[in-house]
Design a protein around this ligand. Structure first.
Ligand SMILES: *[C@@H]1O[C@H](CO)[C@@H](O)[C@H](O)[C@H]1NC(C)=O
Ligand SMILES: *[C@@H]1O[C@H](CO)[C@@H](O)[C@H](O)[C@H]1NC(C)=O
Ligand SMILES: *[C@@H]1O[C@H](CO)[C@@H](O)[C@H](O)[C@H]1NC(C)=O
Ligand SMILES: *[C@@H]1O[C@H](CO)[C@@H](O)[C@H](O)[C@H]1NC(C)=O
Ligand SMILES: *[C@@H]1O[C@H](CO)[C@@H](O)[C@H](O)[C@H]1NC(C)=O
Ligand SMILES: *[C@@H]1O[C@H](CO)[C@@H](O)[C@H](O)[C@H]1NC(C)=O
Ligand SMILES: *[C@@H]1O[C@H](CO)[C@@H](O)[C@H](O)[C@H]1NC(C)=O
Ligand SMILES: *[C@@H]1O[C@H](CO)[C@@H](O)[C@H](O)[C@H]1NC(C)=O
Ligand SMILES: *[C@@H]1O[C@H](CO)[C@@H](O)[C@H](O)[C@H]1NC(C)=O
Ligand SMILES: *[C@@H]1O[C@H](CO)[C@@H](O)[C@H](O)[C@H]1NC(C)=O
Ligand SMILES: *[C@@H]1O[C@H](CO)[C@@H](O)[C@H](O)[C@H]1NC(C)=O
Ligand SMILES: *[C@@H]1O[C@H](CO)[C@@H](O)[C@H](O)[C@H]1NC(C)=O
Length: 772
């Protein structure tokens, strides 16, 4: 089942052996590609553009230092900088230059906290953060994670995640990132990169590109090569590459290439993706690092634009020879080394960076506590990303009087003793991920390299019990039974279920029978049943959502270590729910169409044709007229909001020519004019209810020739009762453009664009038009 992993924890002997001997790093015995039915060949783009620092003064200064440094190195030392050392305690560590006192770069997982260490925090997953729709929290999250990584002396954080984008609904890693909307992913990536790098750590945005499923993501000796994601040029630009533009614009110092193939060429040796799109069109100044074990060739990957290989020499054990015999130019090697050092200097890591204090598992070491007060932020994000989707007759918030007698059911309510038996489950190694499994206790994150290592877990049961104690109430509980006894006088039954998912395999279902029966069984005997669902990805709810005794339903996401506290804040109304879904919840699995499941192909050269183009998630539901159970962008509050006074103001200081102007040089993030704000759109949001609450106002544009509507702005505003606030959306040239595959440029259309502002993708309260 477990094929391989990215960024493995090379900590225990066992996992080390697993890495070395597992079939993930062995080569396919199939070599004849001429029989493969090509969807598209990947066009050759050579040579690799040399990084030059032209993006900004800061990059230019970094390149001056990087060039000076690299000029002092001999061939062996340059090569050493581009390879990983597996003996290190870090998940990856580039070679050092002892002669010049440079220690190499330490890379660590991951996107939701340092994995495999103690006295570090377990943050909510990327999908949970996205459900907050809060740009400030996204920034704060990035900053806090970087504080911890930097505190331990780590140079490069293996995150944030901008792909998988979530094309495959059952995809094993969709929860690591924000979900299937490129705009939302882009904003989150940009905020995270800024937050991370403002605190001096190099962000490694991943995975570049199209790593949308786990099934056959790597080559195997049993079958053959890895899956080929065959994606057309328009879809690449408007959907999958789009969010990375934000990451690059924010300065991302590193990018990780992905495992699978793209148009039959491995991503880590795909010259179109690395030399072409990333380094030419998007002006990337930093370095590309392979996903762990993702390098599948030597010369080819070097010349296609790969700069650093992880986690060990791999195909570059003879890079020195390749350079001396001319198959890889010395300029290419210099560029590899220079790009890495440029990112190092760009983040000023040469100035007073903390010593590395990553410790091998279970080896006594001094306590280095890097958590600061991040628990507060984690609790806040936990609550802000909790999505209320049903709340009959104001069941919630609970009050001392309506919740004096509380019953708690379900395996997800408490941290199970069995989940704590094996210490490696929560941080020792890669297998930590299996600890947070159905029936193995409350789910706070998903599995794989995107997982984290909680210092403790505040379970829902524990936090609710504290509240009940304070309210002088009483509790009954049963975490095991599928058909628990409900005491006749109980006022509210809280049922906790979850849906686990992990890197290295895709899910087989979006529901499970045990959990659905549990909910229905409780509801049969309890007229006030509240369901709390921790889910790594989409979880359907049809078997009980219309049950009249199910009075409230909460998607509690993957909230991290403060899970129970965040939930209690919402349950008892200390915090008004404001989270919104960052994906569509369908009525039945088939409604997701072909992309419900990963593409299954047993051939030696498996192919996944992304023929649906940009029509995934709500774009597809809108086109097909499919009615979802809960649409993208949906979430309830304890208060109500009205929308009024839409205003659209065109900025008069920018050009609205059809194409961006030709005579401007590309900087990191792409053509600079793409980021010009062309319109400022606003609306007034009034709180017409009784409690203060935050509303996520969403802007959707109907761009001619594109899906009927696409998210192109959001603003979360806090509003007091009977007061109003203004939601503001800055619409850039890119937001209004479509990709012109002939001109190979972003293009505006002389047409009418519909503008809608609403509370979700299907609750559009204000409509207007932009005429271009
Ligand atoms: C690869 O397949 C093609 C087409 O079947 C065949 O002509 C060619 O000889 C094969 N090459 C090798 C090395 O087997
Ligand atoms: C993918 O596209 C190619 C080229 O159009 C076609 O030959 C192949 O059959 C397609 N594969 C699948 C699984 O649809
Ligand atoms: C893949 O092939 C399609 C169709 O030929 C093409 O539009 C696209 O640019 C190619 N992408 C890559 C990364 O090679
Ligand atoms: C290469 O890096 C390794 C690991 O840091 C170090 O032990 C070795 O001395 C370096 N080699 C050279 C030639 O500097
Ligand atoms: C690397 O070079 C050594 C000899 O120096 C040789 O034995 C080995 O096969 C080479 N490896 C590859 C992958 O070319
Ligand atoms: C909700 O309240 C209304 C009015 O009190 C009542 O008629 C209705 O039965 C209640 N619904 C449920 C599901 O309890
Ligand atoms: C609990 O987790 C262990 C792995 O740690 C797994 O083997 C077991 O199947 C899980 N239990 C259930 C009921 O899922
Ligand atoms: C879904 O994909 C998984 C692998 O990710 C595979 O095992 C399963 O058979 C697929 N199911 C269907 C219905 O295709
Ligand atoms: C709802 O709960 C009440 C009280 O336990 C029970 O009598 C009724 O049958 C339940 N309704 C459903 C649809 O299960
Ligand atoms: C949605 O419509 C497309 C295009 O008409 C079609 O190919 C697809 O099967 C439909 N999807 C579903 C789930 O009905
Ligand atoms: C845009 O809409 C206006 C009416 O609001 C109409 O007069 C005009 O023809 C439309 N333009 C285009 C290009 O459709
Ligand atoms: C705005 O437009 C959408 C889609 O055309 C429509 O469903 C919605 O009712 C409109 N809203 C208003 C307030 O007219």
């Amino acid at each position: 089942m477990r094929i391989s992993h990215s960024a493995a924890a090379l900590i225990t002997t066992n996992s080390l052996l697993a890495c070395v001997s597992g079939y993930s790093f062995e080569q396919s015995t199939y070599t004849n590609e001429s029989e493969v039915p090509f969807y598209g060949l990947s066009p050759p783009v050579y040579p690799t553009p040399e990084g030059n620092g032209k993006s900004s003064l800061a990059w230019a200064a970094a390149y001056v230092k990087a060039r000076e440094f690299v000029a002092q190195l001999d061939l062996e030392e340059k090569v050493n900088l581009t390879v990983g050392y597996q003996t290190s305690v870090c998940h990856g560590h580039t070679g050092s230059v002892p002669r010049l006192g440079f220690g190499g770069l330490c890379f660590e997982d991951g996107p939701s906290g340092i994995r495999g260490q103690d006295f570090v925090s377990a943050f909510p997953a990327g999908s949970h953060l996205a459900a907050t729709w809060d740009k400030n929290l996204m920034y704060a999250y990035g900053k806090a994670i970087a504080e911890e990584e930097k505190g331990k002396g780590v140079n490069v954080i293996l995150g944030p995640v901008g792909g998988p984008a979530g094309r495959v609904t059952r995809g094993g890693r969709v929860w690591e990132g924000p979900g299937p909307d490129p705009y939302l992913i882009g904003i989150q990536l940009g905020q995270l990169v800024t937050g991370i790098q403002d605190n001096g750590v190099i962000a490694c945005s991943k995975h570049w590109l199209f790593n949308e499923q786990e099934y056959r993501r790597l080559p195997t000796i049993n079958y053959g090569e890895a899956m080929s994601s065959n994606v057309d040029d328009l879809t690449m630009h408007e959907l999958y590459a789009w969010p990375f533009m934000n990451a690059l614009r924010a300065g991302s110092g590193a990018v990780m290439c992905s495992y699978q193939r793209a148009n039959n060429s491995y991503s880590c040796q795909n010259s179109k993706l690395m030399n072409g799109v990333l380094k030419t069109e998007l002006g990337f100044e930093g370095f590309v690092v392979s996903d762990w074990g993702g390098q599948q060739s030597g010369v080819a990957s070097a010349n296609a634009g790969l700069d650093v290989v992880m986690p060990w020499f791999g195909w570059w054990q003879n890079l020195t020879t390749m350079v001396t015999n001319g198959s890889v130019s010395i300029e290419r090697l210099d560029d590899m080394a220079t790009r890495q050092m440029a990112s190092y200097y760009f983040l000023k890591q040469d100035e007073k960076y903390p010593d590395l204090s990553i410790s091998p598992y279970n080896v006594q070491h001094p306590i280095i506590d890097v958590r600061d007060n991040h628990s507060q932020l984690i609790r806040e994000i936990g609550a802000a990303g909790t999505v209320l989707v049903k709340n009959t007759n104001k069941t919630l918030p609970l009050k001392a009087s309506t919740a004096r007698f509380v019953s708690i059911f379900g395996y997800d309510a408490e941290v199970k003793a069995e989940a704590w038996e094996d210490p490696t489950r929560y941080g020792g190694g890669y297998d930590v991920n299996w600890g947070w499994n159905t029936f193995n206790g409350t789910l706070i994150t998903g599995g794989g390299s995107g997982s984290n290592s909680p210092p403790y877990v505040v379970s829902p049961f524990q936090a609710i019990q504290q509240r009940v104690v304070a309210n002088k109430g009483m509790l009954r509980w049963d975490f095991f039974s599928g058909n628990p006894t409900v005491e006749a006088s109980t006022q509210v039954c809280l049922v906790f279920i979850n849906s686990y998912s992990s890197e290295s395999f895709d899910r087989l279902s979006l529901t499970d029978e045990f959990s659905d029966n549990l909910v229905n069984n409780v509801a049969t005997n309890c007229s006030n049943t509240v369901v709390v669902l921790h889910a790594a990805g989409t979880r359907l709810v049809e078997s009980w959502i219309d049950n009249e005794n199910v009075t409230a339903v909460i998607y509690a996401g993957l909230p991290g270590q403060e899970a129970g506290s965040s939930l209690v804040d919402i349950l008892f109304g200390d915090v008004t729910p404001s989270g919104k879904l960052s994906h569509t919840v369908a009525r039945k699995e088939e409604d997701y169409g072909e992309v419900l499941n990963s593409t299954i192909d047993y051939s030696a050269f498996p192919q996944s044709n992304f023929t649906e183009g940009v029509y995934i998630d709500y774009r597809a539901f809108d086109r097909n007229g499919t009615v979802p159970r809960f649409e993208f962008g949906f979430g309830l509050s304890y208060t109500t909001f009205t929308y009024s006074n839409i205003s659209i103001v065109q900025r008069d200081n920018v050009s609205v020519a059809e194409y961006p102007s030709k005579n401007i040089s590309i900087v990191q993030g792409g053509h600079p004019e793409l980021w010009d704000v062309l319109f400022e759109i606003s609306a007034v949001i009034t709180n017409t209810g009784e409690v203060a609450g935050a509303e996520v106002a969403q802007l959707y544009l109907g761009i001619p020739t594109a899906p009927v509507r696409q998210l192109r702005g959001f603003d979360k505003v806090m509003v007091q009762p009977e007061e109003a606030a203004t939601a503001l959306f800055e619409v850039t040239r890119r937001d209004l453009s479509t990709w012109d595959v002939v001109a190979q440029e972003w293009k505006l259309q002389k047409a009418n664009y519909t503008v809608s502002i609403g509370a979700s993708s299907r609750d559009l309260r204000l409509n207007s038009t932009i005429v271009l």
